[in-house]
Design a protein around this ligand. Structure first.
Ligand code: PEP
Length: 255
């Protein structure tokens, strides 16, 4: 039997209105309730997190909150409070009911100039603030074209920098989730081959001691099975296909 999988919904900068966000959030929570053998983590834009946390509190009162459902942020600043215009720290998120934070997504690295050093600060701050980091790593196409060994070297560097000082023994590492997301596979419709993704997941685990590695990059209902049937891949990080409940349902059903 394939073990329990974690499916993360990364909504990115969608949807445009709070009403749409609420509908999608409710639909996703219902999907999680119907799929108790998976864990579902929803990461809406920061502006919708307060509403989402309140919906979860309401559901809890009505005894309708699925125990396999959790809320995540798409990013986090490394300070909890201070003169940091635009910053939102781990403890602020935690107070809203957020328990996970995506950190180092390739879109943050590309559009917001995040370096491995910044990723590392965020990972350590998230752990200190009670959030489980979902650290994203992935190689660009030019690197992958040189082969799996070149990709592993690239990823090893991201891991070494990103997780520096984040391991007090194995306790903290055990709380970090790694999402392997080859950059060329994100939003492109060109997924990685599941066997290569599984080999890289094994490599990440051996390199770091982390126990949960997800695959991300154009996952949909038709291909998710190829990844999650591997014992080495503990779930999927899903962007585009998490924005429509019927698409996300197919992913959950096949996981
Ligand atoms: C992502 O947001 O990390 C992602 C993998 O997006 P998509 O599923 O759209 O490729």
């Amino acid at each position: 039997m394939v073990s329990r999988k974690t499916i993360v919904a990364n909504w990115k900068e969608h949807p445009r209105t709070a009403a749409e966000a609420r509908r999608l959030f409710d639909a996703t929570m219902r999907l999680a309730a119907g799929s108790p053998h998976n864990d579902v983590i929803v990461c809406p834009p920061a502006i919708y997190l307060q509403g989402a946390g309140a919906r979860m509190a309401e559901a809890e009162k009505e005894k309708a909150l699925p125990s396999n459902f959790a809320l995540g942020a798409q990013d986090v600043f490394w300070e909890n409070e201070g003169a940091f215009t635009g910053g939102v720290g781990p403890k602020m998120f935690h107070g809203l009911g957020v328990r996970y934070a995506i950190i180092g997504h390739s879109e943050r690295r590309r559009w917001f100039g995040e370096t491995d050093e910044i990723v590392n600060k965020k990972i350590r701050a998230a752990l200190g603030g009670g959030l489980t980091p979902i650290m994203c790593i992935g190689e660009p196409r030019e690197v992958r074209k040189k082969g799996i060994a070149a990709a592993k070297r690239y990823l090893a560097r991201q891991l070494a920098y990103g997780l520096k000082g984040a391991s007090k023994g194995r306790a903290d590492r055990g709380r970090v989730v790694i999402a392997y997301e080859p950059i060329w596979a994100i939003g492109s419709g060109k997924n990685d081959n599941p066997l290569d993704a599984a080999a890289i997941a094994r490599f990440i685990k051996a390199e770091t001691g982390v126990t949960k590695v997800l695959y991300g990059g154009s996952v949909n209902g038709a291909d998710v099975g190829g990844y999650v049937q591997s014992e080495d891949i503990n779930g999927a990080l899903v962007g585009g296909a998490s924005l429509k409940a019927e698409d996300f349902k197919k992913i959950i059903n096949h996981s």
